[in-house]
Write a protein that binds this ligand. Sequence first.
Ligand SMILES: Cc1ncc(COP(=O)(O)O)c(C=O)c1O
Length: 395
Amino acid sequence: MSDFFMNTYHRLSPVFSEGKGSWLTDTQGRKFLDFTSGIAVNCLGHGYAPLVEALSRQASRLIHTSNYFQSDIASAFAEHLVRACSGAGMEKVFLANSGAEANEGACKIARKYSFKKYGEGRHRIVTLKGSFHGRTITTLAATGQDKFHTNFGPFTEGFAYIPGGDSAALDNALDNSVCALLMEVIQGESGILPQSEAFVQEAARLCAGRDILLIIDEIQSGVGRTGTFLACEGYGIKPDLVTLAKGLAGGVPIGAVLAGEKTAGVFESGDHGSTFGGNALAAAGGLVVLDTVSRKEFLDEIRGKGDRILSILKSWNHPKILGLRGRGLMTGIDLSVEAWPLLEAAIARASGTRNGLLMLSAGPKTLRLLPPYTISAGEIDEGIAMLREVLDTEE
Ligand SMILES: Cc1ncc(COP(=O)(O)O)c(C=O)c1O
């Protein structure tokens, strides 16, 4: 392990050097089945041949132009991305590099929309308790979890939090000081917690009636993860803004703010920018992801694979499993025991010919599984069997 990194991450022990399909190999030659996809990033697995080819080809053609110019590849990607999100009413895109940057962009659009139309004093943004929207000062302010706020204030002013699922609190919070509601339809970091259809639809109705913008953060749940291109499509709503990142370019850093009818024209020349946004390499990766993930049969397969995981886990009736939630390849498992020791045990089983399993936690007692979409049924069964073994053997 390198001593040169700042101590920001509570890391697990393997140091990886290679990946192929659903497998990662560490520097000791140990093999691990990857149920994390780099936290929903390597959605097509590791070394996916069409992605490798597209990135190699693009690297030899053109890696970057500044946003003084367009590139052919970024233009093609923008068009495909907007089309992939057209079912949710999206018309234009701003390309960025990360989820936090995408959410920052969406907040700026919401504030400008409101300022231009209603003037000062209508700049507040309501988010949900338990949400996670990023690590910048503004997106931390948007994040409805106190534990992220210690030591870093003062934050960007104007964020308020309400409990998810509470339509009365939402109705009360969406007053005439508010320009937007920002929410995940399925909270990822706090445990794969889906909002109910009734709450999401009520939120959309209240926002539309008050001209408050609805921003859906699909950074973890989007790009096919739940078996629809956007998770919010499954809720039958048309948001004003959608943010994407993580899996959108298959592993190359990317972020995107998608805007619908009301918001597509809010940013004008000079309002916003990003040196790397629309980078040609990221766009090449993004085109491969879109070509693969926006196909209906592929999305159906994601749902089928997720159902397979859930049905095996349910069939165990395991005493340490207290709750199970999932949509597509996004599964949350509430435990009676701490999650972190299980992550360590699933890694520690790797030695010689025995493979290890990589999983994530989301909260102290919740496991989070985010396998690559390309995982096979056999690999799912193998990984779930490893999970069973560590559940049975760990105290
Ligand atoms: C829902 C959600 N929003 C925003 C972010 C922040 O994304 P990034 O780490 O790319 O800035 C994350 C990251 O985990 C996320 O899950």
